[in-house]
Design a binder for this molecule. Structure first.
Ligand code: HEC
Length: 107
């Protein structure tokens, strides 16, 4: 489990100095992020969904810009608290891939 501090450091580091492992990562929005959000999140967190199942009206992940803007809370809720998705679902490996993708700036 990653601490909030390590996530904050990793996110802060991204803007200035991309880790070498990021250059080799195949994870991008097209290959991973869009599918992860669609499989696990936008069933509730989407402008296009009428039955949001009480997901807050202002928390949507329909676009890459919305994902990037909320990347800190996305990583926290899926990998630290593990409160999202509420019914569980993504494997530990998928949650780690999400954190890695976002750590690299969610390309
Ligand atoms: C079944 C519907 C549902 C799904 C699927 C779902 N959420 Fe949520 N989400 C909610 C509800 C309801 C709340 C408000 C209650 C709460 O905060 O627990 C919420 C709140 C949140 C919040 C704000 C609270 C916080 O912890 O900061 C974030 C961020 C969030 N969800 C992220 C996600 C992510 C990322 C996914 C996909 C991995 C996801 N959610 C999947 C229903 C859902």
């Amino acid at each position: 489990m990653r601490s909030l501090a390590s996530i904050a450091l990793a996110l802060a580091a991204c803007g200035t100095d991309i880790e070498p492992s990021c250059a080799q990562s195949y994870l991008d929005y097209e290959s991973f992020g869009a599918a992860f959000m669609s499989n696990w999140c936008t069933g509730c967190h989407s402008d296009a969904v009428a039955m949001r199942q009480a997901a807050p009206i202002d928390i949507n992940f329909d676009t890459i810009d919305e994902v990037r803007a909320q990347s800190f809370t996305i990583v926290r809720s899926t990998t630290v608290d593990r409160s999202m998705p509420p019914a569980g679902g993504p494997s530990d490996a998928e949650r780690q891939m999400l954190a890695d993708w976002i750590d690299c700036g969610a390309p």
